[in-house]
Design a protein around this ligand. Structure first.
Ligand SMILES: *[C@@H]1O[C@H](CO)[C@@H](O)[C@H](O)[C@H]1NC(C)=O
Ligand SMILES: *[C@@H]1O[C@H](CO)[C@@H](O)[C@H](O)[C@H]1NC(C)=O
Ligand SMILES: *[C@@H]1O[C@H](CO)[C@@H](O)[C@H](O)[C@H]1NC(C)=O
Ligand SMILES: *[C@@H]1O[C@H](CO)[C@@H](O)[C@H](O)[C@H]1NC(C)=O
Ligand SMILES: *[C@@H]1O[C@H](CO)[C@@H](O)[C@H](O)[C@H]1NC(C)=O
Ligand SMILES: *[C@@H]1O[C@H](CO)[C@@H](O)[C@H](O)[C@H]1NC(C)=O
Ligand SMILES: *[C@@H]1O[C@H](CO)[C@@H](O)[C@H](O)[C@H]1NC(C)=O
Ligand SMILES: *[C@@H]1O[C@H](CO)[C@@H](O)[C@H](O)[C@H]1NC(C)=O
Ligand SMILES: *[C@@H]1O[C@H](CO)[C@@H](O)[C@H](O)[C@H]1NC(C)=O
Length: 885
């Protein structure tokens, strides 16, 4: 994310456009009668049409002699005189030029041709339109210069030539447009200086000229435009100083001068003379001096950019940051990067609840965690020392975290995994060490990762394999070792990978990004071999090759499966892992014993099995999350007997389903002998895993997905007891539009499993994310009471939910799974985690479970809210543990 983007050029523009469009449409459409009118207008319109070379929407098809021109599309005439008053052909993709005949439509008041592909010069003849009020030519491809003759349109109130290719100077003749309120000429190629005659535009409210090549300094006379609310010259070549008179424009709301070469100091009275400021952007200039105390009086301030990336040495803002800035309660963006501030940032500054973007020098204050909306946090190039504060991990709204170019030591905290909205992480050029925490795999939105120039070591964690959105990874100049993981091959968006100057070894992968030598840097890793020839690495010896072959991603083909099918005993009881609604799941071994998989063979005799197969394939092909069971392949074919055959192949989960762990007595013959009860922390972790997966399905997947059948038997556990949500056999996509409008349901009727399906489903309600939350609540209560919702003790009058609710909060300990209290090992350090603390956490867990399984969908929590609560519970449990350690 460029700094310029984080400090947008003139947010004000949108407001202005709305105003212009509204002005444009405020005239009622008055169609003329079939007879009468003025041939001059008709001829002008026909000539206009003749110059249009492209009209892909056929917008001008009605422009023919069989209709009166007042009825032509986009044409509006005056009631009495049948003369054209409005020509509105916005957004029509018209190509061609504007005919000079336009100047003959002498009654024209509004000419609106915004967002087309019109080119050539804007005809001088427009200057003959004495009654013209609105001229909207925004977003076309006009070239040449702004016609000076427009100065003849003395009634003009709005002129918008933005986003064209106009060159030359701003004509000084424009100074005669004394009624002009909006002058928008931004994003062209205008040169020269701002003519002082514009100081005559006494009605002017907004003047935007950003992204041009305008030079010299802002003329002093603009300070006479006392109605001015918005002034934008960002991205030009302005120099000199800003005249003091400009800082006297008390009506000014937005002021943007970023990316110029303006010098000087800010007047000390700034905040008093500009009390209405909302946006004040002067970053990337040559300002000096200090931030005036009075700025805190500009209490509407939302954006304040002082980014001065200095182009000349020695011209930096210095002094302290005034503490009064805490009064700027509306502040959203705060950029004080690369200046020469001394002293600390006033701590109460972080009480600013609306802050979204912070780009600043100074130390990282713990109170920063109060900024719940923070999206961008940049402390780059800042002399920071010490470790990365854990407080940062509470900023779950963060999208972009930049701590680069400091002297930070220690490791990246595990809590980085809590930043589940993070898109870019830059900790490059520090003195950080340790391994990449595997929790980074939780940051499923991560696209940019910069860790270069540190002392990180170890191999790359396998959890990163789920971060398929990666675009750039730079790990160069560290001490990483081990093999380059094959999963990097699967990152289809990856366009830059720098692993140079580390200690990686073994064969370099050859697929995906590794096919393009120019975007992969591997130099300075002496133990690497193989790869494509362009990488010029030495060939691997046979050992390296063999190792490589074994880690190739599994390619399970239809033939493999049919082979399995044909294998003696594949369908034997020994290999049967379970029987589900639509088929049976078997354990299979592939790749010469190298890979254990679970194969679900659908029983197509069951009604709906085919549909379920399609639902599951559709759901699984588009989603990826570390807590979702990974489907390796799907196959649909015809078997030897000519019968339809459909199967899904998943990663095998050593520890089976959560159901077996929760109810070991009912599953005696299926659980291995060393089975034990899950302890408190393990259960909490699994609950968090499942909530993470649901949160992803509901909020972060390519489309919202409702699982519809959440229950312990559909939650699988790997060798580390990490929970994975599986069985998407009845999952449903929610139409995105309905979802975004708050109507989060899908019209396809579905039943889940008895006891777990939300009560409204039973009454024919549509599938919704809150239905999943219900199932999740029941699951949570089951996990911590050890009781199934279908237990014989429950009836119509007493459900698991009511049972928990009645016990809440005093009796929670008495209904909780007793093994949780009598465990030798609850995953916590006993000496410090009092049973009182455990009970408190249990109460919080039950509270969440009850809130999720409320009868009425609208009373339930959203899954991301539960997730936050569970994280907090875990922190409480572990926190007390850690302090004692
Ligand atoms: C049409 O308008 C032109 C220019 O305003 C004028 O000279 C001419 O007399 C008008 N003709 C009719 C028929 O109204
Ligand atoms: C003129 O425009 C009308 C309305 O679009 C259309 O119905 C008619 O076919 C057109 N006539 C000719 C000759 O193009
Ligand atoms: C420009 O016009 C095209 C074609 O009608 C439309 O799709 C697009 O949304 C318009 N863009 C804007 C910014 O109005
Ligand atoms: C209209 O404008 C064109 C070009 O500017 C001109 O040639 C023509 O004579 C004008 N008058 C009429 C009545 O069309
Ligand atoms: C420029 O505008 C003047 C005044 O409105 C008008 O008389 C003149 O014809 C225009 N020039 C051209 C080339 O149309
Ligand atoms: C400004 O001028 C330079 C050189 O004349 C040119 O390269 C650049 O594209 C121009 N900028 C804009 C915004 O047109
Ligand atoms: C802008 O104008 C300059 C000087 O006239 C020219 O060199 C440059 O190519 C132009 N740039 C664009 C983007 O039109
Ligand atoms: C407009 O401003 C210029 C320079 O500031 C001045 O010389 C000129 O007289 C003014 N013109 C009008 C029409 O007010
Ligand atoms: C700013 O406004 C004040 C009060 O109206 C006035 O005294 C002062 O001269 C003005 N300064 C400039 C530079 O216009």
């Amino acid at each position: 994310m460029g700094l310029l983007e984080s400090c947008p050029l003139f947010l004000f523009t949108n407001t202005v456009l709305v105003v212009l469009l509204q002005l444009g449409s405020s005239i009622p459409h008055v169609a003329g009668s079939k007879h009468g009118g003025n041939e001059t207008d008709q001829l002008a319109l026909l000539t206009f049409k003749a110059e249009i070379t492209g009209d892909p929407f056929g917008s001008m098809n009605s422009w023919n002699q069989s209709l009166h021109f007042c009825q032509w599309m986009g044409v509006t005439c005056g009631r009495r005189h049948q003369r054209v008053t409005v020509l509105n052909l916005n957004n029509r993709k018209l190509a061609g030029a504007i005919s000079p005949h336009i100047g003959n439509m002498s009654f024209l008041r509004k000419l609106q041709l915004r967002n087309n592909s019109l080119s050539h010069e804007i005809p001088q003849e427009i200057g003959r339109l004495k009654r013209l009020q609105i001229l909207l030519l925004r977003q076309n491809s006009f070239t040449g210069e702004i016609p000076a003759n427009i100065s003849g349109c003395l009634d003009l109130t709005g002129l918008d030539f933005s986003r064209n290719s106009l060159g030359g100077k701003i004509p000084q003749e424009l100074g005669s447009l004394s009624k002009l309120k909006y002058l928008l000429i931004d994003r062209n190629n205008l040169t020269g200086s701002v003519p002082p005659t514009l100081g005559n535009l006494s009605s002017l409210i907004v003047f935007l000229a950003e992204s041009n090549n305008i030079s010299a300094s802002i003329p002093d006379v603009l300070g006479g435009l006392t109605n001015l609310e918005g002034l934008g010259f960002g991205g030009n070549k302005l120099g000199g100083i800003i005249p003091l008179s400009i800082f006297n424009l008390s009506s000014l709301r937005a002021f943007n001068m970023v990316w110029n070469q303006i010098q000087g100091r800010l007047p000390s009275s700034l905040g008093n003379t500009l009390p209405n400021l909302q946006e004040f952007a002067i970053g990337r200039n040559l300002f000096t001096g200090y931030i005036p105390d009075s700025l805190s009086n500009a209490s509407n301030l939302e954006i304040f950019c002082y980014l001065s990336e200095l182009l000349l040495a020695g011209n930096k803002i210095s002094g302290i940051i005034p503490s009064g800035m805490r009064k700027l309660v509306n502040l959203q963006t705060f950029e004080l990067f690369a200046n020469q501030f001394t002293g600390n940032i006033p701590t109460d500054l972080w009480n600013l609840q609306k802050l979204k973007i912070v780009n600043i020098a100074g130390s990282i204050p713990p109170s920063l965690r109060k900024c719940h909306r923070l999206e961008v946090l940049s402390f780059g190039a800042n002399n920071l020392s010490g470790t990365i504060p854990q407080e940062l991990a509470t900023l779950s709204s963060l999208l972009y975290l930049n701590l680069s170019q400091n002297q930070l030591t220690g490791s990246v905290p595990l809590e980085v995994g809590n930043l589940n909205n993070l898109e870019a992480l830059d900790v490059s050029e520090n003195m950080l060490s340790g391994q990449i925490p595997s929790t980074l795999g939780n940051c499923v939105k991560l696209t940019l990762l910069y860790m270069e120039g540190n002392i990180f070591w170890g191999s790359l964690p396998s959890s990163l394999r789920y971060l398929r959105g990666f675009e750039e990874i730079d790990l160069s100049r560290n001490k990483f070792s081990g093999k380059i993981p094959d999963y990097l091959e699967d990152f289809v968006f990856l366009r830059k990978l720098n692993l140079s100057f580390n200690d990686f070894e073994g064969a370099v992968p050859e697929r995906g990004i590794f096919k393009i030598a120019s975007v992969v840097s591997l130099e300075g890793n002496d133990k690497l071999c193989g790869g494509i020839p362009e990488l010029q690495l030495h060939r691997c010896n046979s050992e390296g090759l063999r190792r490589n072959r074994f880690t190739f991603p599994l390619k399970v083909t239809v033939a493999t499966i049919n082979l399995l099918k044909a294998t003696d005993g594949f369908f034997s009881q020994d290999n049967l892992l379970g029987i589900g609604g639509f088929g049976s799941v078997y354990k299979g071994i592939l790749d010469q014993g190298d890979r254990v998989v679970a194969v679900k063979v659908l029983n197509l005799q069951f009604r709906g099995a085919s549909k379920s197969f399609i639902a599951e394939c559709n759901a699984l092909k588009s989603i990826r999350h570390r807590n979702l069971v990974k489907v390796l392949t799907a196959c649909s074919s015809v078997d030897y007997n000519g019968n339809d055959f459909k199967a899904l192949v998943y990663e095998f989960m050593v520890n089976g389903s959560l159901d077996k762990w929760l109810h070991p007595n009912e599953n005696e013959n299926e659980v291995s002998e060393d089975s034990r009860c899950l302890n408190l922390l393990e259960r909490l972790n699994i609950a968090i895993d499942v909530a993470c997966a649901l949160d992803y399905l509901h909020h972060y997947g390519p489309e919202p997905i409702v699982h519809c059948d959440l229950k312990p038997s559909n939650i699988l556990l790997d060798n580390e007891l990490t929970g994975y949500v599986g069985d998407f056999g009845i999952a449903r996509f929610l139409p995105k539009v309905a979802y975004e409008s708050g109507n989060q349901s899908s019209s396809i009727g579905v039943k889940g499993s008895i006891g777990y399906a939300a009560p409204e489903y039973g009454m024919g309600s549509e599938v919704s994310t809150s239905g999943d939350v219900y199932s999740y609540g029941i699951l949570l209560l089951e996990m911590f009471t050890g009781k199934r919702p279908t237990d014989h003790m429950f009836s119509d009058s007493l459900s698991l939910h009511n049972f928990a609710k009645m016990a809440f909060p005093e009796q929670v300990a008495s209904i909780a799974d007793s093994t949780l209290f009598h465990q030798q090992d609850n995953g916590l350090n006993h000496s410090s985690t009092s049973s009182q603390k455990i009970e408190e956490c249990m109460i919080s867990i039950f509270k969440a479970g009850i809130a999720c399984s409320e009868e009425l969908p609208r009373n339930r929590l959203a899954v991301n809210e539960v997730l936050m609560q569970l994280y907090a519970i875990k922190n409480t449990l572990l926190g007390s543990d850690r302090r004692a350690a």
